[in-house]
Design a binder for this molecule. Sequence first.
Ligand code: TLP
Length: 349
Amino acid sequence: MHTDNVIDLRSDTVTQPTPDMRRAMAEAVVGDDVFGEDPTVNRLEERVAALLGKEAALYVPSGTMGNLIAVLSHCGRGDEMILGDKAHIFLYEQGGAAALGGVQPHTVPNQPDGTLDLDQVRDSIRSDNDHFPVTRLIALENTQNRCGGRVLRPAYVDAAGALAHEHNLSLHVDGARLWNAAVALGVPPARLVAVADSVNVCFSKGLGAPVGSAVAGNRDFVRRARRMRKQVGGGMRQAGILAAACLVALDEMVDRLAEDHANARRLAVGLAAIDGIVLDPATIETNIVFFDVVHPGVTAPQLAAALAGRGVLMSAANAQRLRAVANYHITAADVDTALGAVAEVIRRA
Ligand code: TLP
């Protein structure tokens, strides 16, 4: 349960830093990171690079900025990136790559399991023709948020990378929740991004750190990304205060994501048993649960509002779909309380 007695399932971004994180933040040795002189940031970047099997990494203020910097490091104005129509980069980042970098998104449908059909991706790669934009990048998302936290398997990512490289394209992985994917599959995070030219990972979602993400890749990519970070105003000074919490997050908060996955499954199984709620619990692989309300008396926003009145927060994604995200503050008992609240609201509708 959250500190204010609310069962907050809106996102894993609502997680509060742990006492260990706050202690590490207070004691962090810091310097000016724009000069490359913050030892705690440098330690975090080395750690992330090693965990992802990449040459280097760069600490950035948010996942949105990490994705933006990566896309702008791969693509120039008028270039095209191929990505899913349910990608966070496409749906939820204000079209930043188009607005700030002139990069044209070329979407292909995400399959229900979060993948892109690689034949469709291949068909979307532009041939050399004066009429066409130049395709530069394929972007995947693991876990795939809007598909319900679905996990992309290593063999699939490898195949997408092989396709990209065959056509001289780069592969970017938005791994805001790559840690969840790694825990769900029981593989090291590096295995999931072996072929990726850039990766974005977040510390402030399920891992509970207050601020920050990192992008990783080869030295040349990270050098370009570092310049781009400064250009978009993301150069931070004594950022070791923040990076210290991220190091604790990597030490203490990754393995426990399995608890969030178990709670998400518990929630999904319970929801599926309620008349008027539709979802397939077998599709829940990590901590995100999307479900539909199919009931004449209540829409998703109405259900969310009624639940909020009972101290249970979920987000309405559209008129009939809601999202609930298991996180560090949510216990199995909280899940049962949330299920009771949903059943009661539906019963009264
Ligand atoms: N996702 C947030 C909202 O923006 C939707 C959430 O609550 O799930 N990539 C992925 C896959 C994400 O889910 C998010 C955040 C980001 C990137 C952006 O990270 P931040 O919020 O740090 O900019």
